[in-house]
Design a protein around this ligand. Structure first.
Ligand code: SF4
Length: 160
């Protein structure tokens, strides 16, 4: 399933009533119809100027356990069209973020993505993510050249 084609189709439906009816029908028929966006940990390795983490001196580390991942997956992934790992923090700070991707694939979620600043991801990590079935990798980049990138993303290292 191409999630972006589905979103494009959604834009063509003008009536909110029809959209709600489609969602209701999908729910009644126990089909997949929503997106799950989850931060496995509320922490980040960087301190970007425009981000709430820039005000935090100590690294927050509230994070989901594997047990909590299992409960989340059991309750949410069965009807999810999409799971995006990372939305307001940095998922790769969590030592088990791969497990969340694996769980989403185990529950046969059609589209699984990771949103990251990419600073902690190694080549081996990329190979692992590819092997376990990640569909999309989104890199957060707040600067198109090394100088602005490193100025805005405090703590990041850009390649010149
Ligand atoms: S990488 Fe993202 S979450 Fe981390 S400090 Fe920058 S904007 Fe915030």
């Amino acid at each position: 399933m191409n999630i972006y084609r589905l979103l494009k189709f959604n834009r063509h439906i003008r009536s909110n009533r029809i959209k709600l009816l489609l969602i209701f029908t999908a729910h009644i028929l126990n089909r997949r119809y929503y997106s799950v966006r989850i931060d496995p940990v509320f922490a980040c390795n960087l301190r970007c100027l425009m981000c709430y983490f820039s005000k935090s001196r100590k690294s927050e580390s509230r994070k989901f356990s594997r047990f909590e991942f299992d409960i989340l997956a059991k309750n949410l992934f069965g009807n999810a069209l999409q799971v995006m790992v990372g939305c307001g923090a940095e998922p790769t700070v969590h030592p088990n973020y791969f497990y969340l991707v694996e769980l989403a694939k185990k529950y046969k979620v059609p589209h699984v993505g990771l949103v990251t600043n990419g600073q902690l991801i190694s080549k081996t990590d990329l190979e692992t993510l590819s092997r376990i079935g990640l569909n999309e990798l989104t890199l957060s980049v707040h600067g198109a050249v090394k100088e602005t990138y490193e100025q805005f993303m405090v703590g990041a290292s850009g390649i010149s």
